[in-house]
Design a protein around this ligand. Structure first.
Ligand code: NDP
Ligand code: MG
Length: 409
């Protein structure tokens, strides 16, 4: 058994954050939670504070900070054991680079998680990486920083985590290609002419995974798989030609690595994020995990097929952005986030998500970013361009779709 690991959890109230605390809570002898960082879900934060007793808690804004103080007062938790409470971007960085901390779980959604993760990497902390934006928006910077500090990024995303495991079977020079699987999302079999009328609720109904809203919509468009291709190239030093996507609706095989001799190593496990989360925490060791085992006595069939790039143009856009290099993937991500929000708000149709992204990529010039600040600037510029495109399109929609304000996953 390794020594006690001290953790900062970025995004503790999210889907990955909650699963991480589930894993951590089962092994108090292995993990101590030093800092919890979240957005605005103060009710859940209070429960997490009571259970895990962190020393530091950071929320997104002054308002959420104040409401957390009120909730803590109401909870009756004795003042003497309240954590240090703060809010905002600098506090997130401080929590991530805290000298006491040796493991940072990066599970904030969006670029809000970027700077804290980057600074933790620069200081050589071991990183469990769930947040996509870190590599999609700023892969070059992040990978260079990791190389310089000598730290390892252990991927939590199931496909990359699977790939990480498959890559342990051979030398990097022996890898021919990496194959990422995609469930195909809820519209895998929806005809092209029906896609224009799917609703946000249809798109949020992911067949195999329960995740946050943004990633669920990105799974329906296959943009999520596109982001994963980009992340995989950075993580494993591969080129766009060396990473393929295959549709596998059962989501049991997460990734496969084909070696130069044609042998393929696959990683298989239940669709439960606690497995990759725990792997990231314990790597290179393995511990028993609280996930269902695959029952090989049960008859099953697993299918694999090529993705339909016509119905799901987001995948093509991601490959194009990857090949364009520089800030193109940052723009891809930013435009997608705006387009997904607009779709969820009933302002644009499902196929328009990819159209907005493509148009934004056409309008925002590709640059080379040399700092996180530059990435955040390009991100902002891309967002405002995407917003403009959404406004132009929203004016053309004859009938507004039903927004989904109260949908929770
Ligand atoms: P959720 O939407 O469930 O959670 C997001 C988390 O980020 C919440 O804790 C939220 O806080 C926090 N957050 C949002 N904005 C801010 C901010 N400005 N400052 C601080 N915290 C903020 O997302 P998921 O857990 O599903 O995903 C997290 C990341 O991991 C994403 O990048 C996603 O793509 C990636 N990922 C997720 C997978 C999954 O299975 N869920 C699989 C692979 C990757 P609050 O709710 O309190 O506002
Ligand atoms: Mg994934």
């Amino acid at each position: 058994m390794g020594r006690l690991k001290t953790l900062t959890l970025l995004g503790s109230t999210g889907s990955i954050g909650v699963s991480t605390l589930d894993v951590v809570g089962r092994h108090p002898e292995l993990y101590r939670v030093r800092a919890l960082v979240a957005g605005s879900n103060v009710d859940l934060l209070v429960q997490q504070i009571q259970r895990f007793r962190p020393q530091v808690v950071v929320t997104a804004t002054k308002e959420s900070h104040e409401s957390l103080i009120n909730r803590l007062r109401e909870s009756g938790l004795s003042r003497g054991i309240w954590p240090d409470l703060s809010w905002g971007a600098k506090a997130r960085v401080d929590a991530a680079i805290d000298p006491e901390v040796d493991f940072v779980m990066s599970a904030i959604v969006g670029v809000a998680g970027l700077e804290a993760t980057y600074e933790a990497i620069r200081r050589g902390k071991r990183i469990g990486l769930a947040n996509k934006e870190v590599l999609v928006a700023s892969g070059q910077l992040v990978i260079e920083a990791a190389r310089e500090s000598g730290t390892e990024l252990i991927p939590v995303d199931s496909e990359h985590n699977g790939a990480h495991q498959c890559l342990r079977a051979g030398k990097r020079s022996e890898v021919a290609r990496l194959i990422l699987t995609a469930s195909g999302g809820p519209f895998r079999e929806t005809p092209a002419d029906k896609l224009a009328s799917v609703t946000p609720a249809d798109a949020l109904n992911h067949p195999t995974w329960k995740m946050g809203r943004r990633i669920t919509i990105d799974s329906a468009t296959l943009m999520n798989k596109g982001f994963e291709v980009i992340e995989a190239c950075w993580l494993f030093g591969l080129s766009a030609d060396e990473v393929d996507v295959v549709v596998h609706p059962q989501s049991s095989v997460h990734a496969m690595v084909e070696y130069t001799d044609g042998s393929v190593i696959a990683q298989i496990s239940a669709t439960d994020m606690r497995m990759p989360i725990q792997y990231a925490l314990t790597y290179p060791a393995r511990e028993p995990a609280p996930v269902p085992r695959i029952d090989w006595t049960e008859a099953r069939s697993w299918t694999f097929s090529a993705p339909d790039r016509k119905r799901f143009p987001a995948l093509r856009l991601a490959y194009e952005a990857l090949r364009a290099g520089g800030s193109a993937a940052c723009t891809l991500n930013a435009a997608d986030e705006i387009a997904v929000e607009a779709f969820l708000a009933g302002q644009i149709s499902f196929p328009s998500i990819a159209e907005v992204v493509e148009e934004t990529l056409g309008r925002v010039p590709v640059r080379q970013a040399a700092s996180v600040q530059e990435i955040l600037d390009i991100d902002e510029q891309s967002r405002s361009t995407a917003r403009k495109i959404v406004r132009e399109r929203a004016g053309n929609i004859p009938q507004r779709r039903q927004p989904v304000e109260a949908y929770f996953l």
